[in-house]
Design a protein around this ligand. Sequence first.
Ligand code: KIV
Ligand code: ZN
Length: 388
Amino acid sequence: MRKIKIFDTTLRDGEQSPGVSLTMEEKLAIAEQLSLLKVDVIEAGFPISSSSDFESVKNIAQKIRDVEIAALARANYKDIDCAWEALQEAEQPRIHVFIATSPIHMKYKLQMNEDQVLERAVEAVKYAAKYTNNVEFSAEDASRSELEFLYKLFEKVIEAGAWVINVPDTVGYAIPQEFGEFIKKIKENTRNLDKIELSVHCHNDLGMATANTLVALKEGADQAEVAVNGIGERAGNAALEEVLMALVTRKDYFEDLVVTQDTTKILKLSNMVSQFTGMVVQPNKAIVGKNAFAHESGIHQDGVIKERTTYEIMKAESIGLNSNKLILGKHSGRHALKEFLTSSGYTVNEETFEKLFIKFKDLASKKKNLNPLDVEALINDELYKTED
Ligand code: KIV
Ligand code: ZN
């Protein structure tokens, strides 16, 4: 069995979402909730980027125990010193050093060649390793980098003291099958990679972040970097709730992988992140969207009333929701209306029920967002008339 580590970057990559800015109190509240959910690593921020980021990382490092706390640093002494200063009171600190490795990034952004990048990466990892033996190295834009270069670079940074090697799909360019092959090749061709931890960090530009993460885990990656509600740069990161629930729900497929998180904390965390960031969760968002456990059509409602597993692969309770929902709308059938009547405390005879059902269908076809109160009003109206 392989234990998969969940590395949450909501407070770092997530906060890099356009327009998002979290206060120190909000960051601490999210970190507390992440720790209750039992993520393995919380990336608390990028300390050199601003004094408020520095203070938040320091605050989280002091207060959140039992979880590894990571801070991001570019591959230079100043960033690493600053990351360490913010982290030093953490129970389990991790310095996360990164440098870009793709031809595009090296040429245009860094204006460095492969040898220079390799030298800088090794020097930075060696420097960070003086502070802690928990150093993560990320090859930014790895999925668009030359494999031969990555093998060599990873070998050297492992020798220099990296404990985790992270392979980011920085611009969400990878396709699942291809990314799986990519990870497999890195595993097969990088000396000593089996002695340390391999991580992936997938962005969602083509909507494949979760799929890419899962395929990489299947191919032997040990750590998934994720963010709550999938927030992050541009189209965001792989969503924590999707990766986690896929691993749990499809245990049959991910048979040798173990996750130890408490999934019942997902919904509260999702609501909190949405409220603090102002980023609304789309209704049909997997796992945490308001429709994710709701059924409207008559056929589906009938199935679910008879046996939940007909149309549900997960229990609403497993993410912290009280129960699934049968939505009364124009597609609903008799079963749903009966269920609504019973759960609202009404007992009606067959004749009244049939009258009610016709009126309900009529109302539902006219009104877009049918509220339970509308249905109650309709029922009361009909019952009152009947008694008359
Ligand atoms: O997307 C990315 O490459 C990153 C790195 C800093 C890990 O966020
Ligand atoms: Zn990223």
